[in-house]
Design a protein around this ligand. Sequence first.
Ligand SMILES: *[C@@H]1O[C@H](CO)[C@@H](O)[C@H](O)[C@H]1NC(C)=O
Ligand SMILES: *[C@@H]1O[C@H](CO)[C@@H](O)[C@H](O)[C@H]1NC(C)=O
Ligand SMILES: *[C@@H]1O[C@H](CO)[C@@H](O)[C@H](O)[C@H]1NC(C)=O
Ligand SMILES: *[C@@H]1O[C@H](CO)[C@@H](O)[C@H](O)[C@H]1NC(C)=O
Ligand SMILES: *[C@@H]1O[C@H](CO)[C@@H](O)[C@H](O)[C@H]1NC(C)=O
Length: 475
Amino acid sequence: MKRSSSRLAAVAIAFAYAGSALQLNTGDASSIKNAASQVAKGLYVFHNEAATTGQFNQPQPWFWWLSGSGWTGLMDYTVYTKDTTYKAGLLSALGKNVGPKFDFAPPEQAGWEANDDQAYWLYAGLTAMEYGFDTLPGGPAWDVVAKNTFNLFASRWNADSGTCNGGLKWQYDPNASGWTYKNAVTNGAFFQTAARLARYTGNQTYADWAVKIWDWSRGVGLVSNDYHVYDGTSDDKGANCSSVNHDEWSYNIASYLHGAAHMFNFTDDSVWEERVHGFVNTATTTFFKTGIMFEQKCEPSHACSTDQTSFKASLARWLGKTAVLVPSAKESIMTLLKKSAAGAAQSCVGHGNSTCGVSWTGSGFDGQSDFGVELSALEIIQSLLVFEARFAVAADNDVTPTTTRVTTRPAQSTTLTTKATSALTRSTTPTPEVTNPSTPSTTATAKVTKLPAQSEAVTTMVTTVTVTTCSGKRR
Ligand SMILES: *[C@@H]1O[C@H](CO)[C@@H](O)[C@H](O)[C@H]1NC(C)=O
Ligand SMILES: *[C@@H]1O[C@H](CO)[C@@H](O)[C@H](O)[C@H]1NC(C)=O
Ligand SMILES: *[C@@H]1O[C@H](CO)[C@@H](O)[C@H](O)[C@H]1NC(C)=O
Ligand SMILES: *[C@@H]1O[C@H](CO)[C@@H](O)[C@H](O)[C@H]1NC(C)=O
Ligand SMILES: *[C@@H]1O[C@H](CO)[C@@H](O)[C@H](O)[C@H]1NC(C)=O
């Protein structure tokens, strides 16, 4: 009796879910589009139409960066699926947050904004640049926005070079807690920005910066020789980046992976290709369980914060684009993305309306849903459509090979130059469309940098632990 009633209950639940389960056939483009469109809807319910700042409704305080990541995801969505439902909202939001100097430093965020936050909005700008997406009304070309922001990062790096031989700080406001942290999400973002500008513009100055940021990241130990990416290091009280916080988060490795993919695509240098493969391999062993993506640091303990649930969105987004830019990595990446997308889709049976769950490795909905969860599910599913997009280079980007293309290994220049040419030629005639960006780092608490209560917590951390433990966090 007991038995059969629980069986009946199980049947009833299965039946109730049947109408709302997300159907996904990873081998069928229209099925992928349908699934992506349902999840995009689930993401867009967080949009606050009444807000004047183009953000998504997020728990306080200030998950501004998450909104930047969300709009980037919706830009990719627009390009991959050709569904323009969110295009107007997206352009309006970018217009409200690009700021009067066109550098994603709007006055409303002054004092709150960190370098990684700015980067996660800039990713939308870089994506728009590569897709040839609409410019903002009255705004400059997207590459101008990207260069403006790049120049800020470069000047801040230079100003911060008195310690650790370089490195960009997490915060750019000296009064913000976290000012002493030089972390992976920030330097990975600067590296990626330089690499994307190098490939797009063909200007060697950006490639030189990418190499410089890479060398610094390796030297200080944020990127290990076996391609693990660690959260951060500090210059507090003379620490001079002598120790590293070894926490690993999926968006950190993703930031460097995608920068390396652009450097490979720009140089056609096998050194960068090896690095891309190194990151893919390490991401596979670190952030996948039975072939399905998972946030190893917080998922097993059901402790992912509002920031952390969104990190897989970055890994999914940039793995997908890497599959396009680095053809030799395509097969292994697409295998990972497909299995993960299927895992994500089966988790989208929450609340009777296909709301997705945090864990994709379990069975069904695990009960935790928020903006980041929905964004991660959108990115992993739509990443299967990444080959619908074209990644352009600037019209005036010289397609004639130059001998300066190869920045890492002079000896290889000769052979590589020819290849670089054809690669660039191939990508020159794209019909641009839309883009896709990402996020900042978090670990410890939440992005609360300026809340007095939290500031103290962070300060204490830094003080007592010197460097090692002040994990990446978002403020
Ligand atoms: C699904 O249901 C949840 C809980 O009621 C709600 O918060 C969310 O907005 C709904 N999603 C959609 C797409 O309607
Ligand atoms: C700080 O570390 C860098 C290398 O990371 C080194 O070149 C520099 O001399 C160090 N400075 C001090 C004051 O120890
Ligand atoms: C930092 O705080 C000090 C003291 O409150 C203030 O004088 C200074 O202007 C602030 N600096 C910035 C960059 O906001
Ligand atoms: C390349 O970029 C650098 C840095 O923005 C700039 O100073 C330089 O003028 C650019 N060179 C060309 C040829 O556009
Ligand atoms: C660069 O990316 C394009 C796709 O945008 C691809 O067709 C090309 O093969 C890549 N170049 C190299 C050197 O792999």
